[in-house]
Design a protein around this ligand. Structure first.
Ligand SMILES: [Zn+2]
Length: 163
């Protein structure tokens, strides 16, 4: 009988280090890392939905009219685009969704408005208004704290650092 003793292969130190590194790389991967063909979940700005990045959405523009080149006979579409002279056309509606055009003043700001009106004379110009605002701010900041009436203290300190 021949004594065949099985000896498992011994890894070289370099191979061991490489296998450890590879295992460490593979472990704890997210779903999209385990399935790179599917890609990450994205918030698609084109279709306004959440889907994987492997799905490529293409923006479709409305055709305003078709223009034909009379010499060559090539017909090309003229696409519609948003007006570039309104805020909605430039940045889109999403930035302004649910926002008031003229936000209601907060309880604090109402107090400020009331104080400014009380301080103003019957007839006033811009400098009077500025002075009244400054005075009202100071009065209310002394009474209620500076929040909303004056910039925070750290802002003042940072300005001092730069100088
Ligand atoms: Zn999409």
């Amino acid at each position: 009988m021949i004594d065949l003793e099985f000896e498992p292969p011994k890894p070289t130190p370099g191979g061991l280090a490489a296998s450890m590194a590879a295992l460490e790389k593979i472990k704890r991967r997210s779903f999209s890392e385990r399935n790179p063909e599917l890609g990450k979940m994205i918030k698609c700005q084109i279709c306004q939905k959440r889907h994987r990045s492997s799905i490529k959405c293409v923006q479709v523009f409305a055709t305003k009219w078709w223009e034909e080149d009379l010499e060559t006979g090539v017909v090309e579409p003229i696409f519609a685009s948003a007006d570039q002279n309104t805020r909605f056309g430039v940045v889109g509606h999403a930035a302004f969704k649910g926002k008031r055009l003229h936000p209601h003043p907060s309880r604090r700001n109402l107090q400020l408005i009331e104080a400014v009106r009380a301080l103003l004379p019957d007839e006033y110009d811009d400098s009077d208004l500025k002075k009244a605002r400054a005075r009202a701010r100071r009065m209310l900041a002394n009474k209620l704290g500076r929040h909303g009436f004056f910039p925070p203290v750290w802002m003042k300190q940072e300005k001092g650092k730069d100088a």
